[in-house]
Design a protein around this ligand. Structure first.
Ligand code: C2E
Ligand code: CA
Ligand code: CA
Length: 687
């Protein structure tokens, strides 16, 4: 061997490829490095001189022969040859055949082939594995319903179809934009922080779909390590269904399954919210505690199914009767609660209660049986009756209980004694009974004047109770107890008699001959032979009928219209005048007002109190004054506290006025003194 050959041989042995040289004539091996020998499985020494066809296995030769022919023809040929090894592994060989030319007679002739074989099996396997893995990834990415988004610092690089489907955009519309563009503003800060800190736990946020819809999602970010930690994969999941399920579960937890109304728990929450709201707005809120009358009887006699149907019917009627922003809940078996927001007057709650009772009442058929529905309502009002939800609810329930005892199908406002122990209530009742008998009741008198002249036109008698422990009590503190305990009748009788007696006495003393007005409660007006009793009192006291007036509230007059009308007609025949009290707070049918023989409309003091600043109240008073005029009735404003109010009333043409500005209610002694001090005034009698 030449020195050069030795060098070439050394190089050939050290290169990491299989190397051989075959002559062109018979394709016999002239040289092979050790790797080539190992490849064909022969000692290198025995290889030289052997034919190519002999060394290669049949399968490989079959693939190689055309290549060899092409190389012999002068082409450099490359061929990837795949063969299955006995162990089952795939062998991939990269054959490179290069023709070796020499000048023969001045022409280049192929005299041999340089064979370079590269085993690329491992490389190919890796490539294939990668391809499979990518394929798998792609299939997975497309098969999953979870949205996959790749981004770098928030800038979207790629997404799968699910992510596009979820958001309604095309790939072209999202690539290059930042993920935060698609997130609802309120979640952007959280999301940016999450991304910045490369967090990897799931969190909830919301996206905006291309069509504007909000989609609640759960997202998990993953930092992709091979991308130098800057690329992130975000997996997003639409959780609308989950949310709906949660909502449904929450609904069930907060609602009564039979009626679908909010249950007691959500009532308490709503009550708390509304109470805070009412306090902030300094408005009134009322709690109406409604109890279905005789529900137990229905349940016991017709079965639970009938009871359930009755409750559903009750629910339906309640829903029809309240306005959209009032809240109805089922608080117990046959108990419902309605919250009334933003009430202007305490009495508005009473009106609503009456309206509800009217709406609930009426026949209903269940399983062929005609049932007559009715309900009793207890009312508590924030702020007068308490502030806390618990207090308000307890107080309304207590009032309902009282109303039940006093006769069903009515409403009653809460009063403090209602919560007392039954023993305490009995004690109060006992004291009140004694008060009636032993003369602890007092009458105070409030003058009424003619607005234009200031002349006295009459008095209103207002009852008080000189309580042995609590001092002088106003009617609001014991009239409800009296009404629920059947004591209103003796009280009413006493008031009527005392008012007439006192007035006659003053007349006899030569003091102003003006009438006295007596308040008559709804119960008295409806249940008693009020006309017969008045006749008797007038006879006994000797007061001429024209000096007596009675005051009946608007709502009392509107109930039991026929009865009201006959009673009013009898009073008119007797010569006793009638004033509609608290006018404007109830519901009045004009048709009834026209048909009833009445004398005065008394504008409720709640309308007067905020004038002249409250324009709406001024408008209401104006309307009532005009209505009174068109019905040929006198108009009276009560609760007049300032000179401005009096001036306003005069401007509006309101004829009569009553209030602290003129005089507060006074006991008999002070009234007498007051009367004596205005002897200058001409005695006024009823027209
Ligand atoms: P009412 O018939 O509306 O009586 C007027 C009430 O307004 C009285 O309260 C009176 O003291 C009060 N008042 C008078 N002027 C003013 C004023 O300028 N500003 C303010 N803020 N209030 C004024 P009282 O005496 O506490 O009577 C409350 C209610 O009790 C009466 O309201 C009436 O409905 C009832 N009542 C009073 N006496 C009797 C009675 O003998 N029998 C019956 N059944 N109810 C009575
Ligand atoms: Ca009155
Ligand atoms: Ca009044």
């Amino acid at each position: 061997m030449h020195a050069c050959d030795t060098l070439l041989s050394a190089i050939a042995q050290s290169v990491p490829v299989m190397l051989a040289y075959y002559d062109a004539g018979e394709l016999r091996c002239r040289f092979a490095n050790q790797r080539f020998a190992d490849f064909v499985g022969r000692p290198a020494s025995s290889l030289v001189g052997s034919a190519a066809q002999e060394v290669l296995d049949a399968e490989t030769w079959e693939q190689m022969e055309p290549c060899v022919q092409r190389a012999l023809a002068g082409d450099a040929v490359q061929h990837i040859c795949e063969s299955q090894q006995p162990g089952g592994t795939l062998r991939v060989l990269d054959f490179c055949l290069r023709p070796h030319r020499e000048q023969v007679n001045g022409e280049p002739v192929v005299v041999g082939l340089i064979v370079v074989v590269n085993d690329i099996s491992r490389h190919r396997q890796a490539e294939q594995a990668l391809r499979h893995s990518e394929e798998r990834m792609r299939k997975f990415a497309e098969a999953t319903e979870e949205g996959l988004i790749f981004h770098q610092d928030g800038v979207i690089l790629d997404t799968n179809a699910a992510a596009l489907h979820m958001t309604g955009y095309s790939l072209a519309e999202v690539v290059g934009r930042t993920i935060f563009d698609f997130i609802l503003p309120e979640y952007r800060a959280i999301s940016m922080e999450y991304t910045r800190r490369a967090r990897e736990y799931p969190y909830e946020l919301a996206l905006r779909h291309k069509n504007g819809q909000v989609i609640p999602i759960e997202a998990v970010g993953k930092t992709l390590p091979q991308q130098g930690g800057t690329q992130r994969l975000v997996i997003i999941r639409n959780i609308t269904a989950r949310r709906e399920e949660q909502e449904h579960a929450r609904f069930l937890a907060q609602h009564d399954t039979l009626t679908q109304l909010p249950n007691r728990r959500s009532l308490m929450r709503q009550l708390a919210r509304a109470a805070v709201d009412a306090e902030q707005r300094q408005s009134r809120m009322a709690v109406l505690f409604i109890d279905l009358d005789h529900f137990k009887t229905v349940n016991d006699s017709l079965g639970h199914e009938a009871g359930d149907r009755l409750l559903c019917e009750m629910t339906r009627r309640l829903q029809q009767a309240v306005s959209g922003n009032d809240f109805i809940a089922r608080a117990g078996a046959d108990q419902f609660v309605v919250l009334l927001h933003d009430l202007r007057y305490r009495s508005s709650a009473a009106d609503m209660a009456d309206a509800l009772i009217r709406h609930i009442s009426g026949a209903h058929e269940i399983g062929g049986t005609q049932l007559s529905l009715s309900a009793t309502i207890g009312i508590s009002v924030l702020p007068e009756d308490g502030y806390s939800p618990d207090e308000l609810l307890r107080h309304a329930a207590a009032a309902m209980q009282y109303a039940k005892e006093g006769g069903r199908g009515t409403h009653l406002f809460y009063a403090p004694y209602m919560l007392g122990q039954p023993a305490e209530v009995l004690q109060q009742e006992h004291l009140l009974r004694e008060a009636i008998v032993q003369g602890a009741l007092r009458l105070h008198y409030q003058p009424q004047i003619q607005v234009s002249s200031g002349a006295l036109t009459g008095f209103e008698a207002l009852v008080r109770w000189q309580h042995p422990e609590r001092g002088l009590l106003g009617p609001d503190e014991f009239i409800p107890l009296a009404e629920s305990r059947g004591l209103i009748t003796p009280i009413g009788r006493w008031v009527m008699r005392e008012a007439c007696r006192q007035m006659k006495a003053w007349h006899d003393q030569g003091l102003a001959r003006v009438p006295i007005a007596v308040n008559v409660s709804a119960i008295e007006f409806r249940q008693r032979d009020i006309v017969g009793e008045i006749k008797q009192v007038l006879t006994e006291t000797g007061l001429p009928a024209q000096y007596l007036e009675i005051e009946i509230t608007e709502s009392t007059l509107m109930q039991q219209a026929e009865h009201s009308r006959t009673t009013l007609q009898e009073l008119q025949a007797l010569g006793v005048a009638v004033t509609v009290d608290d006018f404007g707070t109830g519901y009045s049918s004009l048709a009834y007002l026209k048909r009833y023989p009445l004398d005065k409309l008394k504008v409720d003091r709640s309308f007067v109190s905020d004038t002249p600043s409250d324009g709406e109240d001024v408008a209401i008073i104006t309307a009532i004054v005009q209505l009174a005029r068109s019905l040929q009735l006198q108009s009276v404003a009560e609760g007049v506290e300032t000179d401005e109010q009096l001036a306003l009333l005069q401007g509006l043409g309101c004829e009569l006025a009553q209030g602290f500005n003129i005089a507060a209610p006074m006991d008999a002694e002070h009234t007498q003194a007051w009367l004596q001090s205005c002897t200058a005034m001409p005695p006024m009698t009823k027209a």
